[in-house]
Write a protein that binds this ligand. Structure first.
Ligand code: HEC
Ligand code: HEC
Ligand code: HEC
Ligand code: HEC
Ligand code: HEC
Ligand code: HEC
Ligand code: HEC
Ligand code: HEC
Ligand code: HEC
Ligand code: HEC
Ligand code: HEC
Ligand code: HEC
Length: 285
C-alpha cells in the first residue's frame, strides 16, 4: 500500500512538474479561450433600438420627457442624431450633443442665446426653473409691464416684479395676498374689472362694475343717489363717470331742452345752477 501510494504521488508530482515546465513551448492552440464560431448568430441584421429601449437604459430622460417634455415628446433621435459616440480620448462630448438651433431660432433675442442657462434640462425644457430668472431680466421678455408701471406711477411701481410674481416663473398672485376688498362681500376676482395691476390707479369704469365699491369712499353721494326719486337714480355711477375722477358734461347725454331759452342759459350758464344736485335732481313731486 505505502509503495503504491508513493508511486502515485511521484507520478502526480512528475506530471504536474512536466506540465508547468513544458507549457510555453508545447501547449496546442486549441487550449486558448476560443468560443465556438456560430455564423447563424450573425444571420439577422440588428433592428434599430426602439424608443422604449432607450428608456430602459435612460429611465430618467424618458420620464422627464414623458412628464414635462411638452412639445418635445418626439423620438430621442430627432435631437440625438448622434449618440453613443462619446469618447473621452476625443473629448467630443460637446460636439455630439444636440444644439437647440437645429430647430429653434433665437426666440428671446440675441442676448439670450445660451438656451441651457435657463432651460437647464433639455428633456424638460418646458419649465425652466425660476431660480435662473434674474429679476432685472424680466423686461427683456416682458417689456409691456415695465412700460405700464413707469408710465402710470403708483405704489406698485416701487415693487419689484418678484415681490408679486414669486416662487415660480409665470405665477399670477391674487390681490388677496396683500389687500383687503373695498367692502366685505367683494370677491377678489372682481378687482381686475377696475384695476389693471401694472397701472392700478388708471381706472376705467365699465358700466356693470359693482357700484357698492364707490360707497366705500363716497358714502354720502352713494346714499343720496340710492334714495333719489329722480331718474338719475336709475343711471349707473359708472355711466356718468366712465373714468375715475372724470366729470361728465350734461350734454354728453342731453340735448338742451327746447323749453330752455338762449337768454335763460346765458344768465345761468351752468345747468346745475338750476338743477342743483346731479346725484339728487330736484323733481316736481
Ligand atoms: C429636433 C428639433 C428640436 C430641437 C433640437 C429642440 N427643439 Fe424645442 N421644440 C421643438 C418643437 C417642434 C417644438 C414645438 C414648437 C411649436 O409647437 O411651436 C419645441 C418647443 C420647445 C419649447 C416650448 C415647450 C412647450 O412644450 O411648449 C421649448 C421651451 C423648447 N422647445 C426649448 C428647446 C431647447 C432649450 C432646446 C435645446 C436644448 C430645444 N428646444 C431643442 C423642436 C426642437
Ligand atoms: C429636444 C431635444 C432632445 C431630445 C428630444 C432628447 N434629448 Fe437628450 N439631450 C439633449 C441635449 C441638448 C443634451 C445635452 C445637455 C447638456 O449639454 O447639458 C442631451 C443630453 C442627453 C444625455 C447625456 C447627458 C445626460 O443627461 O446624461 C443623455 C443620456 C440623453 N440626452 C438621452 C436622451 C434620451 C434617452 C432621449 C429620449 C428618451 C433624449 N435624450 C431626448 C437634447 C434632447
Ligand atoms: C442597453 C442600454 C442602453 C440603451 C438601450 C441605450 N443607451 Fe444610451 N447610453 C447607455 C450608457 C451605459 C451610456 C453611457 C453612460 C451615460 O451617459 O448614461 C449611454 C449614453 C448615451 C448618451 C450620451 C453619451 C453619448 O455617447 O451619446 C446618449 C445621448 C444616449 N445614450 C442616447 C441614447 C438613445 C437615444 C438611445 C435609444 C436610441 C439609447 N441611448 C439607448 C446605455 C444605453
Ligand atoms: C434668460 C432665461 C432664458 C434663456 C436664456 C432662454 N429661455 Fe426660452 N424661455 C424662458 C422662459 C422663462 C420661458 C417661458 C416658460 C413658461 O412658459 O413658463 C421660455 C420659453 C421658451 C419657449 C416657448 C415659448 C415661446 O416663446 O415660444 C421656447 C420655444 C424657448 N423658450 C426656446 C428657447 C431657446 C431656443 C433658447 C436659446 C436660443 C432659449 N429659450 C433661451 C427663459 C429663457
Ligand atoms: C403688485 C404686484 C405685481 C407686480 C409688482 C408686477 N406684477 Fe405682473 N401681474 C400681477 C398680477 C396680479 C397679474 C395678473 C393680471 C391679470 O390677470 O389681469 C400680472 C400679470 C403679469 C403678466 C401676464 C400678462 C399680463 O400683463 O396680464 C406678466 C407677463 C407680468 N405680470 C410680468 C410682470 C413684470 C415683468 C413685472 C415687473 C416689471 C411685474 N409683472 C410686476 C402682479 C404684479
Ligand atoms: C427669456 C424670456 C423670459 C424671461 C427672462 C422671463 N419670462 Fe416670463 N414668460 C416668458 C414666456 C415666453 C412666457 C410664456 C408665454 C407668454 O405668456 O408670454 C412667460 C410667461 C410669464 C408669465 C405668465 C403669463 C400669463 O399670461 O400667464 C408671467 C407672470 C411672467 N412670465 C413673469 C415673469 C417675471 C416676473 C420674470 C422675471 C423674474 C420673467 N417672466 C422672466 C419669457 C420670459
Ligand atoms: C405682493 C403684494 C401685492 C399684491 C399681490 C398686490 N398689491 Fe397692490 N399694493 C401693494 C403694496 C405694498 C402697495 C402700497 C400700499 C401702501 O403703501 O399702503 C399697493 C398699493 C396698491 C394700490 C394703490 C396704489 C397707489 O399708488 O396708491 C392699488 C390700487 C392696488 N395696490 C391694487 C392692487 C390690485 C387690484 C391687486 C391685484 C390685481 C394688487 N394690488 C396686488 C402690494 C401688492
Ligand atoms: C368698481 C371699481 C373697483 C373695484 C371692483 C375695485 N376697486 Fe380698488 N379702487 C377703486 C377706485 C376708484 C380706487 C381709488 C383710486 C384712487 O384713489 O385714485 C380704488 C383704490 C384701491 C386701493 C388703494 C386705496 C385704498 O383703499 O387703500 C386698493 C389697495 C384697492 N383699490 C384694491 C382693490 C382690491 C383688492 C379689489 C378687489 C377686491 C378692488 N380694489 C376692486 C375701484 C375699484
Ligand atoms: C378707495 C377709495 C375710492 C373708491 C372705491 C372710489 N373713489 Fe372716487 N375718489 C377717491 C379719491 C381719493 C378721490 C379724489 C378726491 C379729491 O381729489 O378730493 C376720488 C374722486 C372721485 C371723483 C372726482 C371728484 C372731484 O372732485 O372731481 C369722482 C367723480 C369719483 N371719485 C367717482 C367714483 C366712482 C363713480 C366710484 C365707484 C365706481 C369711486 N369714485 C370709487 C377715492 C375712491
Ligand atoms: C347722471 C350722471 C351722474 C351719475 C349717475 C353720478 N354722477 Fe357723480 N357727478 C356727476 C356730475 C355731473 C358731477 C359734477 C357735479 C358738480 O359739478 O357739482 C359729479 C360729481 C361727483 C363727485 C365729486 C363731486 C362731489 O360732489 O363730491 C363724486 C365723488 C361723484 N360724482 C361720485 C358719484 C357716485 C359715487 C355715483 C353713484 C353713486 C355718481 N357720482 C353718480 C354726474 C353723475
Ligand atoms: C350718462 C348720461 C347722463 C348724463 C351725463 C346726465 N344725465 Fe340727466 N338723465 C340721464 C337719463 C338716462 C335720464 C332719464 C331720461 C328719461 O328717462 O327720459 C336723465 C334725466 C334727467 C332729468 C330729468 C329728471 C327726472 O327725474 O325726470 C334732468 C333734469 C337731467 N337729467 C338733468 C341733467 C343734468 C343737469 C346733467 C348734468 C349735470 C345731466 N342730466 C347729466 C342721463 C344723463
Ligand atoms: C334757469 C334754470 C335752468 C337751467 C339753467 C337749466 N335748466 Fe333744465 N330745466 C329747468 C326747469 C325749470 C325744467 C323743467 C322742470 C320740469 O318741467 O320738470 C328743466 C327741465 C330739464 C330737463 C327735463 C325735461 C325735459 O325737457 O327734457 C332736462 C333734461 C334739462 N332740464 C336739462 C338741462 C340741461 C342739460 C341744462 C344745461 C344746458 C339745463 N337743463 C339748464 C331749469 C333749468
Amino acid at each position: 500500500m505505502t509503495r503504491l501510494k508513493s508511486f502515485l504521488l511521484a507520478a502526480v508530482l512528475l506530471s504536474s512538474l512536466g506540465a508547468a515546465y513544458a507549457a510555453p513551448a508545447q501547449q496546442p492552440v486549441q487550449q486558448l479561450n476560443r468560443p465556438q464560431q456560430n455564423a447563424a448568430l450573425y444571420a439577422a441584421a440588428p433592428q434599430p433600438l426602439t424608443l422604449e429601449q432607450c428608456g430602459q437604459c435612460h429611465p430618467k430622460h424618458f420620464k422627464d420627457i414623458k412628464q414635462t417634455g411638452g412639445k418635445h415628446q418626439f423620438d430621442c433621435r430627432e435631437c440625438h442624431s448622434i449618440f453613443h459616440a462619446y469618447n473621452p480620448r476625443k473629448n467630443n462630448y460637446a460636439a455630439i450633443m444636440p444644439s437647440c438651433n437645429l430647430c429653434h431660432t433665437l426666440v428671446h433675442g440675441e442676448k439670450h442665446s445660451q438656451c441651457l442657462n435657463c432651460h437647464q434640462n433639455p428633456h424638460a425644457a418646458q419649465k425652466p426653473p425660476a431660480i435662473n430668472l434674474v429679476v432685472n431680466l424680466c423686461s427683456d421678455c416682458h417689456a409691456n409691464q415695465q412700460t405700464q408701471l413707469n408710465a402710470f406711477p403708483s405704489k406698485h411701481t416701487q415693487l419689484s416684479c418678484d415681490n408679486c410674481h414669486h416662487t415660480e416663473h409665470g405665477l399670477i398672485p391674487s390681490c388677496a395676498e396683500c389687500h383687503q376688498p373695498h367692502f366685505e362681500a367683494q370677491a377678489f376676482t372682481e378687482c381686475k374689472a377696475c384695476h389693471d395691476v401694472h397701472q392700478p390707479l388708471a381706472i376705467n369704469l365699465a358700466e356693470d362694475v359693482e357700484l357698492e365699491t364707490c360707497a366705500a369712499c363716497h358714502s354720502d353721494i352713494f346714499a343720496k343717489w340710492q334714495k333719489t326719486p329722480s331718474k338719475h337714480g336709475q343711471v349707473s355711477c359708472a355711466a356718468c363717470h366712465q373714468v375715475h375722477k372724470q366729470i361728465p358734461q350734461c350734454q354728453d347725454c342731453h340735448a338742451t331742452p327746447a323749453s330752455h331759452s338762449k337768454n335763460l342759459l346765458a344768465k345761468f350758464p351752468r345747468c346745475l345752477d338750476c338743477h342743483l344736485d346731479v346725484h339728487d335732481l330736484p323733481t316736481k313731486n
